[in-house]
Design a binder for this molecule. Structure first.
Ligand code: ZN
Length: 501
């Protein structure tokens, strides 16, 4: 998220050849029953009713147990429940409330109407977690490593009137985190079931295949992750089929105001969705194209067919999802719009491809998105964003934060690595994660050199694409590429011991 206004063979004969051919075909089909590349599949039939602002969905999940443990139940995040009346965690900070709810407070939720096993018999489930944020389904039988199970979940998501990831506003209807998504299982820890928080992006998910059909009124235009494979219109309804393979999450946006401009960079179609009448459509498209080209060169190929950059009503600066990013329509200065576009597109590598626990280790994806934005502007002088000034401003901004907090609270907590719920205020989160993240990676560059730093980041993308990286694994990659441990460096920053001067 952008919080500030300102992402072998040797031929051994016919038999061996045939075997290789079979393996090749299986890999193309995404054979998913065994091995560490196995992944789950979400097949969804969705229907949106604009009169009631409800999304009715039936979702079949083929879940593959890629862990070394046996499961008897499977938990899913129910993020929309954070938007319900009486939720324990507000979805926006007090400071952002008025802007988020222009028509007064409004509520949404997700109702699970049924859960069925593969034989269509009703499954046992409960809504639980710290804040009704978890759907826990008792499995029909024990699920052992490398086995898969199928569940069919029916739900109704009610959208609140809010300028947020999930909600309808004046210009767009945003469907972020609208469906039950399975919790990430971590060896030795268990399933990660953290509830929503207004600080940051409280999400953590694994790559899966998505096959989605969405029915909606034909006067809407749709922007989405994945790629549209079919679009049919019947009477006044559109039915759009979408395929998104090996993506970390699925998001879409509907609007009656969209005007789309597109450009192809090799196999990737870059789509910018602005509003009809906007004069900066081509400018925003150019920024998006430049960012995608720069980051592909810097970090490796973007392995999907399309990326959509979508203007939308959104309380923060922007928000990243796989193949789709939201850019707030409240930002008016082109420089600020460019900044957010670049930041969100960097997340396609740092979050989209290389996943991390955004709840506990937000400094990885946000720090790198900020640092990537700096690298972008250093390579594109035409954007008139002074890179040196970006660093100087970050240092000044952090020092001011320290000064003010010390004065008000007597001390300041500068630790970067803590759960989102442990940041006392949104500014504290922004300063410790974004600002300090940028300064830390710039300082690392000074220490090991830009070449080594970029080599390491490229190495991480190669090694961890479609996976999740822990903070220990992330730090270890620097030892791999730099030939010496960087643990002391990272720990002193993450623990807040480094004094910024
Ligand atoms: Zn971000």
């Amino acid at each position: 998220m952008a919080n500030k206004i300102k992402g072998k063979y040797i031929f051994w004969g016919v038999i061996a050849f045939a075997l290789l051919a079979v393996l090749f075909v299986l890999s193309l089909m995404g054979a998913k029953n065994k091995g560490e590349d196995a992944r789950s599949t979400y097949t969804m039939q969705l229907s949106f009713d604009e009169n009631s602002n409800t999304l009715t969905g039936r979702q079949t999940i083929d879940y593959v147990n890629t862990s070394d443990n046996m499961f008897t139940s499977l938990p899913f995040h129910l993020y929309p429940n954070a938007f319900r009346e009486g939720s324990k965690t507000p979805v926006v900070s007090t400071a952002n409330k008025a802007e988020a709810y222009p028509n007064g407070e409004s509520f949404g939720q997700i109702e699970i109407t049924s859960v069925k096993y593969i034989d269509k018999s009703p499954a046992n489930f409960e809504i639980c977690g710290k804040d009704n944020n978890i759907l826990n389904v008792i499995l029909q039988e024990e699920l052992y490593p490398e086995e898969s199970t199928q569940l069919e979940i029916s739900f109704i998501t009610t959208l609140p009137n809010i300028n947020h990831r999930l909600g309808f506003g004046e210009n767009t209807i945003n469907f972020g985190n609208f469906y039950p998504v399975v919790c990430v299982y971590e060896e030795g820890v268990g399933f990660s079931q953290n509830p929503y928080h207004s600080n940051g992006d409280p999400f953590y998910s694994e790559c899966a295949d998505y096959y989605v059909s969405i029915k909606y009124s034909s006067n809407f235009t749709l922007a989405s992750g994945g790629e549209i494979t079919e679009n049919t219109q019947k009477e006044d309804k559109n039915l759009t089929q979408i395929k998104g393979e090996n993506i970390r999450d699925f998001c879409f946006v509907l609007s009656k105001k969209f005007d789309k401009v597109s450009r192809q960079i090799d196999e990737v179609e870059v789509n910018y969705f602005g509003y009809a009448g906007d004069e900066n459509l081509q400018v925003c498209l150019q920024t998006s194209v430049d960012a995608m080209s720069t980051f592909q060169e810097m970090y490796g190929k973007y392995p999907y067919n399309q990326i959509s950059i979508v203007k939308s009503n959104f309380v923060h600066g922007g928000m990243e999802y796989p193949n789709i990013v939201l850019i707030s329509d409240k930002i008016t200065a082109q420089n600020d719009i460019n900044y957010v576009i670049v930041h969100e597109l960097a997340h396609q590598w740092w979050y989209g491809l290389v996943g991390n626990d955004q709840y506990n280790h937000a400094w990885i994806d946000e720090g790198l998105a900020e640092f990537s934005t700096l690298l972008f502007f250093e390579r594109h002088e035409s954007y008139a964003e002074n890179p040196q000034l970006l660093i100087e401003n970050a240092i000044q901004s952090y020092k001011l934060f320290e000064k003010v907090y010390t004065k008000v609270a007597g001390s300041v907590d500068g630790t970067m690595q803590r759960p989102l719920c442990d940041f006392n205020t949104e500014p504290e989160y922004v300063q410790c994660v974004y600002t300090k993240g940028l300064i830390m990676f710039d300082c690392l560059r000074e220490g090991i050199g830009e070449k080594k730093l970029l080599q390491t980041l490229k190495y991480i993308v190669k090694l961890y694409s479609y996976k999740t990286i822990s903070s220990a694994e992330f730090i270890a990659c620097f030892a791999d590429k730099c030939g010496k441990s960087m643990e002391g460096f990272f720990q002193s920053w993450l623990d807040g011991r480094v004094v910024i001067q």
